[in-house]
Design a protein around this ligand. Structure first.
Ligand code: 13P
Length: 284
C-alpha cells in the first residue's frame, strides 16, 4: 500500500518540529518533479490536488500514476484531496484508494461545519484515511475556490479547541492571515493567534497559501506548530514562466519531451527550496 494517509507523517513532523510540504500537482510532469525531488532529498511529501485537478486529469489516471511513482521509487507518500467539499465525491475517491483528505466546510456556520466534517471523519477513519478541515476562512483564489476579503475570517483559538474535539479531525487548517494565490503586499501572519491555537489544540496544524510567504515567516510558523505547508501558485508560476521563456527562445519548438524539460527544472528548484524551508529533508 503506497498511497498512505498523512496522519503518521504529520504526527512525526509535530514531534520533531518540522513541516511536511504539500505540493499541488496537475499532470504527469508535475508529479514526477515532486516525487523525484522528495525521494532524492529523503523528504516525506504530500501530493495535493483540488477537485478541478481530478476532473482535468481524471481520478483513475491520477491515482494510477501516483501509485506507480510510489512503487517505482519504493517511496510511500500521500495523494491528498485538497479543498474537497462534496461528500459523495470524497467517499468515492477514498474507495478508489486515496487515504488523505481535506473536507472544506469552512464556508458553513460553525455547527453545520462540525456536522459535515464529523460525518466525513467517521467515514474516512473506517478506511484509515486522515482528515484535515478548516476553521475560519482563508482569502484568495485556489482554482475554482474564490474567497474575497469580506468572506475571509481568522480562526478563533477557543472555537478551534471545540471544533477539533467535536469533529475528531486529524489536522486543522488555520486562518492566520495567509491567502491562496499571490499577495498584493507583504503577507502579515498573526503569530500570536497561531501560538494560542497551538496552546489549545494538540493536533498538527496546516498553513495554506504558503506561496509568497517569506522564508523566515514560514519557519516561524513551523516553530509555532505548523506541520504541513501548502504550496501551489509558486510551482505553477515557475513551470509556466520557464515554458513561456522556452517558446520565446525556440518559437518552433513542438516536442513536449524537449519543451517540458526547462519547465520541470524550474519547478524542481521551488520544490527543493520549500523542502529546505520546511526542514523535512532526511526525515523519511
Ligand atoms: P498557494 O497557491 O497560495 O501556494 O496555496 C496553496 C494551498 O494552500 C493549497 O491548498
Amino acid at each position: 500500500m503506497y498511497l498512505i494517509s498523512s496522519q503518521e507523517m504529520l504526527k512525526k513532523a509535530q514531534r520533531e518540529q518540522y513541516a511536511v510540504p504539500a505540493f499541488n500537482i496537475h499532470n504527469l510532469e508535475t508529479i514526477q518533479v515532486v516525487v523525484d525531488t522528495a525521494k532524492e532529498l529523503g523528504s516525506p511529501v504530500i501530493l495535493a490536488a483540488t477537485p478541478a485537478t481530478y476532473n482535468y486529469a481524471g481520478t483513475p489516471y491520477l491515482i494510477s500514476i501516483c501509485k506507480k511513482a510510489a512503487e517505482i521509487h519504493h517511496f510511500p507518500f500521500a495523494l491528498h484531496l485538497d479543498h474537497h467539499e462534496n461528500l459523495s465525491d470524497i467517499e468515492s475517491k477514498i474507495e478508489a484508494g486515496i487515504r488523505s483528505i481535506m473536507i472544506d466546510a469552512s464556508h458553513y456556520p460553525f455547527e453545520e461545519n462540525i456536522d459535515i466534517v464529523r460525518e466525513m471523519v467517521v467515514f474516512s477513519h473506517k478506511y484509515n484515511a486522515s482528515v484535515e478541515a478548516e476553521l475560519g476562512r482563508l482569502g484568495g483564489q485556489e482554482d475554482d475556490l474564490i474567497v474575497d476579503d469580506k468572506q475571509s475570517a481568522f480562526t478563533d483559538p477557543d472555537a478551534a479547541k471545540e471544533y477539533v474535539e467535536r469533529t475528531g479531525i486529524d489536522s486543522l487548517a488555520v486562518a492566520i492571515g495567509s491567502a491562496h494565490g499571490l499577495y498584493k503586499g507583504e503577507p502579515k501572519l498573526d503569530f500570536q493567534r497561531l501560538a494560542k491555537i497551538r496552546d489549545k489544540v494538540d493536533i498538527p496544524l496546516v498553513l495554506h497559501g504558503a506561496s509568497g510567504i517569506p522564508e523566515e515567516m514560514v519557519k516561524k510558523s513551523i516553530s509555532l506548530g505548523i506541520c504541513k505547508v501548502n504550496v501551489a501558485t509558486e510551482l505553477k508560476i515557475a513551470f509556466s514562466d520557464a515554458l513561456k521563456q522556452n517558446f520565446k527562445e525556440h518559437p518552433d519548438a513542438n516536442d513536449p519531451r524537449h519543451y517540458m524539460q526547462p519547465a520541470k527544472a524550474a519547478m524542481k528548484k521551488i520544490v527543493e527550496e520549500k523542502i529546505r524551508i520546511c526542514g523535512s529533508a532526511g526525515k523519511l
